[in-house]
Unconditional design. Structure first.
Length: 653
């Protein structure tokens, strides 16, 4: 974000208040106040993400049209108070005060206030006003306040506060045009002539007088929310509902997304076959058809599952269910010596371990942050989803049912539960090694009313996640698949070698099998066989496991290359029929129940993501903890996979 620090003039706090001729305005507010909806509504798709200089807290910056000009909006981390107890809250305070390394003071501040919780929000606004910056109040959810029978005169609220104030319904876009007009006139904003009192009793009296002058009446609590919460917050019924929702979702992955995956997979298979038929240069046809189309295409076939996963997460966040899940899990987290905020970080890891690890910044305790970071990689992330779908499809008959439920969906749910339980045990262990007897700090989390998320916000969440997945495919996975293709096809095989082995040069499948069997990749896979043979893996699976250290999805690309070399048009079918080419079980099926189950368990535990290791290094400030995480998770993966292979093989035999 270096371009955000170029040009401009300096504001009262020493930071840059105007950037390249555009005012820099901070957006602050409590979680669930609608701040993100306002930010997205003003900036659209023009937001950029980075980190604050000198710290690892995320920075969201976007440009917003304001009249005939533009302003730079900076979405600060959400907080309930400016008395910081966590890293992200410290950043918010540092930006508003212009303190800290590289934390610039903005030209003005937009404070987002939830009208349904205004009595709690006004004291927070008073803390912002005390910083002496030009301020405008944005009041959200006024439609919901009216529906509950509440009341608020926003104009009188502005008079009482002595600053501009206007109502905005961010998730519907209402009031955004008026807000843009205010942004264009930000120089007219000013702090109130008399700053709010600092004494708690005087501040409470001041807040009450402001709300009374504005005719504020909070209204009754949403009856629909109360009725739903009676079920979803119940320790037994709420847990049952949660698991039922998860089960339906995982079964949907197979029943709804599987046909789409099949079409994409078949399309790439035909494209690969076309390349082999029309590209005369053999090595180029192999590179394009097997490495790029066969390998990367095999991963892209899982885009429907990825989109469905992030659709669920976006909807659960949008309707307000995530905070309920955190409330339900707070008691469970306490048994591990953690709090509900740690569950939010772990739940974020279901999308990706990286934002989950970064979400630990909301935890006030350094020990809690470390324990949660060491557990986050165990949560089942979206990168595991392609591997799980591939292997479950091999292991479980798609038509099999256990009672009324599809067997594939139940296995997927079991893998997600395995990751969650393992993460809890890991967090408990690391807290046990630390000081687990320290008292837990209070856990505050907003319980917003249930709201239907806007299609725009859900679409943005899905497209952002899909874009990140495709970006990984275009960088890490492309590089890995090209390298794997070279390893699988070198050294070059001569006609004499083929003739001596009795392989007909005209038999493409036989030639491909011979080349792969005598490649550098085969040598590498066989070299590590003593490590993985007890798990039932052969050298081809070993190469996939090793390549997955860069990114888990590369495992799918590796097997896709092996399978597409055997049957370019139907790599999925070829994968399920692969047989062992050496050892005592030569000629037997490669993906037996024991081997496939062991692979699933290995991927459930192993830390196979260089980006996650890099983020752990950045968040902890040392290589010690990333190396510990990699070591303990790799060892745990091997042991659990060995036990699984032994047990399943014995049961199947």
């Amino acid at each position: 974000m270096s371009d955000d620090h170029e040009g401009g003039c300096h504001g009262p706090g020493g930071g840059q208040a105007v950037l390249s001729g555009r005012a820099r305005i901070a957006l602050v507010g409590s979680p669930n106040a609608g701040k993100t909806s306002v930010f997205n509504g003003l900036t659209g798709l023009h937001a950029k993400t980075g980190n604050y200089p000198g710290v690892t807290v995320s920075r969201y910056v976007g440009t917003a049209r304001a009249g005939e000009t533009q302003v730079v909006l900076e979405d600060l981390p959400g907080t309930y108070s400016l008395d910081p107890i966590s890293p992200d809250e410290q950043v918010t305070v540092g930006v508003l005060e212009g303190t800290g390394d590289g934390l610039d003071r903005p030209a003005a501040v937009l404070v987002v206030l939830d009208s349904t919780t205004l009595r709690r929000s006004v004291p927070f606004l008073a803390q912002v006003l005390a910083r002496g910056l030009p301020t405008c109040a944005v009041v959200t959810f006024t439609d919901e306040l009216a529906r509950r029978g509440g009341a608020l005169d926003v104009d009188r609220l502005a008079q009482a506060l002595g600053i501009p104030a206007l109502a905005v319904i961010g998730h519907r876009g209402g009031g955004l045009a008026e807000l843009r007009e205010q942004l264009a006139d930000w120089r007219s904003w000013a702090p109130p002539p008399l700053p709010p009192p600092e004494d708690p009793e005087e501040l409470d009296a001041w807040a009450s007088s402001v709300l009374a002058f504005a005719g504020y009446r909070p209204g009754a609590r949403d009856r629909v929310t109360q009725r739903i919460d009676a079920v979803l917050l119940h320790p037994v019924a709420g847990t049952v509902v949660f698991f039922a929702v998860m089960l339906v979702f995982f079964q949907t992955i197979f029943t709804l997304a599987a046909p789409l995956q099949g079409w994409i997979d078949a399309g790439f298979g035909r494209l690969s076959g076309w390349v082999h038929a029309h590209v005369a240069i053999g090595w180029l046809a192999g590179l394009l058809g097997d490495a790029l189309i066969g390998g990367v295409g095999g991963v892209l076939a899982f885009v429907p599952q990825i989109l469905l996963l992030f659709l669920l997460i976006a909807v659960l966040e949008g309707v307000g269910y995530m905070s309920r899940a955190a409330f339900l899990m707070d008691r469970v987290m306490a048994k591990a010596g953690l709090e509900g905020r740690a569950f939010v970080a772990l739940l974020s890891s279901v999308a990706c371990a990286i934002p989950g690890i970064m979400a630990t910044r909301t935890l006030p305790s350094a020990r809690d942050r470390l324990a949660t970071m060491m557990a986050a990689p165990l949560m089942t992330c979206s990168a595991r989803l392609p591997v799980y779908v591939l292997l479950i499809g091999v292991l479980v008959d798609p038509h099999a049912h256990w009672g009324p439920f599809g067997a594939q969906g139940l296995v997927m749910l079991g893998l997600y539960l395995l990751g969650a339980v393992s993460a809890m045990l890991a967090a408990w262990t690391f807290k046990k090694l630390g000081d687990r007897n320290k008292p837990l700090l209070p856990f505050h989390m907003e319980m917003p009313p249930y709201r239907l998320p806007s299609a725009r916000s859900v679409l943005l969440a899905m497209t952002d996640s899909a874009r990140a997945f495709l970006r990984k495919c275009s960088t890490i996975i492309v590089a890995a698949t090209v390298l794997l293709w070279l390893l699988l096809n070198l050294p070059a095989v001569s006609d004499r070698q083929l003739a001596s082995a009795g392989v007909d040069r005209g038999d493409d499948a036989a030639v491909a099998a011979y080349v792969i069997d005598h490649s550098y990749a085969a040598d590498l896979g066989r070299a590590v066989s003593p490590v993985f043979a007890p798990l039932g893996f052969d050298w081809r699976i070993n190469i996939g496991v090793l390549s997955a250290q860069a990114a888990r999805e590369t495992f799918v690309a590796t097997l896709g290359q092996v399978a597409s070399a055997t049957d370019p048009e139907h790599p999925g079918r070829a994968l399920s029929t692969l047989t062992r080419d050496d050892g005592p079980d030569k000629g037997g099926r490669l993906f037996t129940a024991g081997t496939t189950a062991a692979l699933l368990v290995y991927f459930a535990f192993a830390l196979q993501c260089m980006a996650t290791i890099g983020v752990l290094r950045r968040e902890t400030g040392t290589w010690r903890w990333p190396l510990i995480a990699f070591g303990y998770l790799t060892a745990l993966a091997w042991v659990m996979a060995f036990l699984t292979h032994t047990a399943v093989t014995a049961l199947a035999g």
